[in-house]
Write a protein that binds this ligand. Structure first.
Ligand code: GLN
Length: 185
């Protein structure tokens, strides 16, 4: 049984915890630095990255989280969580954790395509199609050569991996398909 933390300052953390538990693992809501000890992995959920970034500062867990990730703690950012991980945010001088060598564009699909769902195969993850839910989603506009590209939708990068770090534009926790969580765990 693995101990997986989910950053629970804001956003869709409950849904991740439910899936982790349904797979027989321990899912822990993270709000304090001490809770970052002895985790096998941590998920940064979707929500509002500006709010979560500010709360990471207010709750004083940002530095510890950065250190843990840099020391190899497996991390997966979904949607706003991906924005938190990025070293660069398009059109914004500030970024948050700045651990992943990716440049993201927030709300990249614009208001016309606010939310959508598509079913596609990501070879690295599984042979079967995975439902991908996009909600005011970012996509990745640039990646360093250290970053592995896992998937594109309509030519835009929506899933990447860099060592212990995984990032997706979409929300596997809002579907009843647990494939992506199984891969991360
Ligand atoms: N639009 C949000 C942001 O920029 C992300 C949306 C999401 O996590 N579903 O932070």
């Amino acid at each position: 049984m693995k101990k997986i933390g989910v950053l629970a300052l804001q956003g869709a953390f409950n849904e991740h915890i439910e899936i982790i538990k349904s797979l027989g693992h321990e899912g822990i809501e993270i709000r304090k630095t001490e809770q970052l000890n002895n985790l096998d992995g941590i998920i940064l959920p979707g929500g509002e990255s500006t709010v979560m970034g500010k709360l990471l500062d207010d709750f004083q867990i940002k530095e510890t989280l950065i250190n843990k990730i840099n020391n190899g703690l497996p991390v997966w950012g979904t949607c706003a969580g991906m924005i938190l991980l990025a070293k660069d945010i398009d059109g914004d001088e500030n970024a948050h954790l700045k651990v992943m060598d990716i440049k993201v564009k927030r709300n990249a699909y614009g208001s016309q395509l606010d939310s959508f769902v598509t079913n596609e195969v990501i070879e690295e993850i599984s042979e079967k199609k995975i439902p991908m839910v996009f909600i005011r989603a970012p996509y990745i506009v640039d990646i360093d050569e250290k970053v592995d590209l896992l998937h594109k939708v309509d030519g835009n990068i929506v899933a990447v991996r860099q060592g212990n770090m995984l990032a997706t534009s979409f929300h596997p926790e809002l579907t009843n398909d647990t494939t992506f969580h199984e891969y991360f765990i």
